[in-house]
Design a protein around this ligand. Structure first.
Ligand SMILES: O=C(O)CCC(=O)C(=O)O
Ligand SMILES: [Fe+2]
Length: 328
């Protein structure tokens, strides 16, 4: 199915437990943010045991009969469950919203399970809280990479109302790969609408990022690390000094794949407008100001996964047309 041989991208590894960054590591981060919009983080403080528990509890949940899971969406009031055949035939997911991850998880668990058990919700509260702390750190590091003094100037005023939600993703095994196919799409090409996203992928692999030249590159799983990527909102806010890259998930093996994606987002009513300090004197502004929710609605109302055919990106939504440049 793939015409171009795939290769792995070498992303910088950021030790998130270290507060002080040398100018040289900041500039290599700035370069990675601009070129790929992706990096790995290590020493994130989430134990193997927590991942193991989350995996096993989620597995139990996704193994429930379809009828049970469909009580949570997409046509019920809860709308936390996305069944197969919405994003792809292989993809299903459960959404857990912050900051009260316990309550959000428990609301879903109460619908799914007869017996009352709060273990799932407790684990999600722990994971969600840790993701929230990590997201705040990552936003600050991204601001540091954009220039001196920007954390002080913009972190509180622009990012203090951010909120997060988690998507637990289950990719079922593609059992019958057609003769001519050696892989199928588990999740089609998209950009995230967040400021930043933190992804845990299991050892199966399959996450890919699209280079500026349009080449798909593997983001190989690396034990003990998490993948961080920039979303559309931060791309627009940074006047594209931070890149929200297209990515997808492909399934090459007849096995189940599990991932967790945590989205750290601006509040719905926020007006996104790149500050002058970020745009810089010699640069042109690439985006018109826009309200966050309006972009979310624009994306929702368009068919998913068709970015290459029709303009459904944040550039198409709020890009200043005469200044817009084309990446591919
Ligand atoms: O499953 C993955 O590794 C990534 C998922 C993803 O890109 C998303 O949920 O937006
Ligand atoms: Fe994504």
């Amino acid at each position: 199915m793939s015409e171009i041989p795939q290769t792995s991208v070498k992303l910088p590894m950021l030790d998130i437990s270290q507060p002080i960054l040398h100018p040289s590591s900041l500039s290599s981060l700035a370069e990675a943010f601009k070129t790929w919009g992706f990096l790995h983080i290590t020493n994130h403080g989430i134990s193997k045991d927590l991942f193991r528990k989350l995996y096993s509890l989620s597995n139990g949940l996704f193994s429930l009969p379809s009828d049970t899971k469909l009580k949570l969406g997409p046509f019920s009031s809860a709308k936390t469950y996305t069944p197969h055949f919405i994003a792809s035939p292989f993809f299903e997911s459960l959404r857990v919203s912050g900051p009260k991850f316990f309550e959000s998880a428990q609301t879903s668990a109460n619908v799914l399970f007869d017996q009352h058990n709060s273990e799932f919700s407790e684990i999600l509260q722990e994971y969600g809280s840790k993701m929230t702390e990590l997201s705040k750190k990552i936003v600050k590091i991204a601001l540091m990479s954009l220039g001196d003094g920007l954390v002080k100037k913009f972190y509180e005023s622009e990012f203090q109302n951010c909120h997060g939600y988690l998507r637990i993703n289950n990719y079922s095994a593609p059992e019958s790969l057609e003769d001519h196919e050696d892989e199928v799409e588990g999740l089609g090409m998209h950009t995230d609408m967040s400021c930043v996203t933190i992804v845990y992928q299991d050892e199966i692999g399959g996450l890919q990022v699209r280079s500026k030249e349009g080449k798909w590159m593997d983001i190989s799983p690396c034990e003990g690390t998490l993948v961080v990527n920039i979303g559309d909102m931060f791309q627009a806010w940074s006047n594209e000094k931070l890149r929200s890259s297209e990515h997808r998930v492909i399934l090459k093996q007849p096995v189940n794949r599990f991932s967790l994606a945590y989205f750290w987002c601006f509040e719905d009513e926020k007006v996104i407008f790149a500050p002058d300090d970020v745009v810089g004197e010699e640069n042109v502004r690439i985006y018109k100001p826009f309200v966050c929710l309006d972009y979310l609605k624009f994306r929702e109302s368009n068919e998913r996964g068709k970015f290459e055919k029709v303009g459904f990106t944040v550039r198409d939504f709020a890009g200043i047309k005469q200044q817009a440049k084309c990446d591919s």
